[in-house]
Structures are given as C-alpha cells and as structure tokens.
Design a protein around this ligand. Structure first.
Ligand code: SAM
Length: 283
C-alpha cells in the first residue's frame, strides 16, 4: 500500500486573486490549482459554482460567499482574517474584478497592508480581443453596456471618438439592440461578436452592424458574448469640411449635440469638435 500523499504546504497569509476558466475547464492554470489546494479558504461569488470547480479538481476547501454587495462588516472581517489566513478570491468564471466582484476587497486589503498576489489566467475580454483579430495596440474595455435605451445610446456616443478598439461584455438577449444602436451611433465600424469562447459552440463573426444584425436575426444568439467595435475609420475631412459640418449641425442643434453628430460623421474627437463649435458660434 502506498503512503498517503503529504498535506500540501500551507500558503503564507494574505489575499490571492485566482483566475478560473471561462468555459473550458482545461484552462485552469497549474498555479491556480496549487493555490486553491493550499489556501485556508476560498471567497467566491457563488459557492455552488466554485464548489463544482473544486470538486472537478479534487480539492476540498472551506468556501465563503463574498461579493461587492456583501456587508462592509463582513468584508472587514474577511480582510482582518487575512492577517493569519490565506484567502483565495475567485469569481464564477474568468478573472475576478473584471466586471466581477473583488474591487472593494482588494482595495481594502491593500489599505490594511495585506499582501495581495495575483494568479492570472483566462478573461473573456482578452480572449475575445485576441481571437477577433481586431486592432489591439489600443483597446478600451467598457464592461456591459447599460440596459436602458437612452443610457446605452449616451454611453456609445461618449465612446464614439475614442481611437481604440472598444470591448464590451454582452448578453444574448440584448445583442441585437446593441448592434442597432452601434449602427446609429458609431456607423461604418468593423464589429466582432465573439461567442461562447473556449466552449463547444465557440464562434467569432466579424462585419458591419447591418450584416451582423441580419445574421443574428436569422440565427438568434445564445450563450455568452464579447462584443468588439473597431476604432473610428481614418478621417479624411479637412478643417474646412469640419467647420462646415459643425455650422450646418448648429443650425438645428446646440454646440454639444452638433459636436457629437460631427464626431460620428468624421471619427474626430468630440471634445475638440465641441471647442471648435463654441469658437464658430462666437464668430
Ligand atoms: N470576470 C470575467 C472574465 O474575466 O472573463 C467576466 C465576468 S462577466 C460577469 C461575464 C461576461 O463575460 C458574460 O456576460 C460575457 O459577456 C463574458 N463572457 C464570459 N465568458 C465568456 C465566454 N466563454 N465567451 C464569451 N464571452 C464570455
């Protein structure tokens, strides 16, 4: 009979931020397994979800439910316990804190001088960005778009002038509405819909909004989605063209709205256009 495996060496006290897979369980890292095996306990969004992952890994550790809506007192207790205990923080999938709980916990732990260690791994935003082949020298992760129409439009208009690929998390029921608003607020952009990454039905579709809307109307999307919007096309509008567009728009709109409209038309920075609109109005 072989001797039982020795108990793993305990970790030094502190907070360990552990990324977990976004679909394919094979994406767990060796280091994540090691930390989950050796920690004193795991703070997680949903004990059932994390319990299943640990069971799959053959690990048994105490699980403590934690999210950013947990009572401040509970967070304080958890942070205090890190003076003597090693706590792993995980979310349901991917990297904690990225549109997931953990920001307050990490911030408070750092403020208390608790050692904080990251165990990096999968994140849907980066997986979507890389698989899409969209420009990635500059990108802006903007989380989930708001659910309400007006707020969604305003958010997209605010982002329209940014010279970078925009990365959003999206849900299947809202995808068509978001694509329709992108078509209006950010016309002529290259778009990618990266769906069910690392899972059986993984797909990534690229195109203009109109083509993607037609496709997803015919093939209603399911599952989890990263939505990417390419940077504004290179503008060819000269300064004179821009002034003319601003003056035309200001016949019916306030300078701020005129700047937003011309930003969409030309891909130029909205704040600079707003400044120019005010100058033109003074003349
Ligand atoms: N913290 C996680 C991360 O780093 O990936 C993201 C958590 S956020 C609450 C969940 C969202 O991430 C989903 O609604 C979806 O937009 C995106 N997502 C997660 N897994 C995905 C996958 N396998 N394929 C595409 N998108 C995914």
């Amino acid at each position: 009979m072989s001797a039982p495996a020795p108990d793993p060496e305990p970790l030094s006290p502190g907070l360990y931020i552990v990324a977990t897979p976004i679909g394919n369980l094979g994406d767990i890292t060796l280091r994540a397994i090691d930390i989950l095996r050796r920690c004193d306990g795991v703070a997680c969004e949903d004990t059932r979800v994390t319990g299943k992952l640990l069971k799959h890994l053959g690990i048994s550790r105490p699980l403590w439910r934690y999210d950013d809506h947990s009572e401040p007192r509970d967070r304080e207790r958890l942070v205090d316990s890190m003076a003597t205990r090693s706590v792993a923080l995980v979310s349901d999938a991917g990297t904690p804190l990225v549109s997931d709980p953990g920001y307050r916990l990490v911030n408070d732990a750092r403020a208390q001088g608790v050692p904080v260690t990251v165990i990096p791994g999968a994140s849907a935003a980066i997986a979507g960005l890389t698989v899409s082949g969209m420009p990635n020298d500059r990108f802006l992760f903007a989380g989930f778009l708001p659910g309400k129409d007006k707020a969604r439009r305003e958010t997209l208009e605010e982002l329209a002038g940014i010279d970078a690929t925009l990365v959003f998390y999206e849900t299947a029921p809202r995808l068509l509405k978001s694509l329709a608003q992108i078509e209006q607020s950010l016309p002529n952009r290259d778009i990618a819909v990266a769906r069910e990454l690392t899972k059986m039905h993984e797909e990534c579709r690229r195109g203009l909004a109109a083509g993607l809307i037609a496709w997803f109307e015919a093939h209603p999307p399911k599952g989890e989605i990263v939505l990417l919007v390419g940077p504004p096309p290179e503008t060819t509008a000269s300064g004179d063209d821009v002034d003319r567009l601003l003056l035309d728009a200001m016949q019916s709109e306030k300078p701020s709205r005129a700047a937003a409209l011309v930003a969409k038309q030309t891909g130029r920075e909205r704040s600079a256009l707003y400044g120019r609109a005010l100058e033109l109005r003074e003349k």
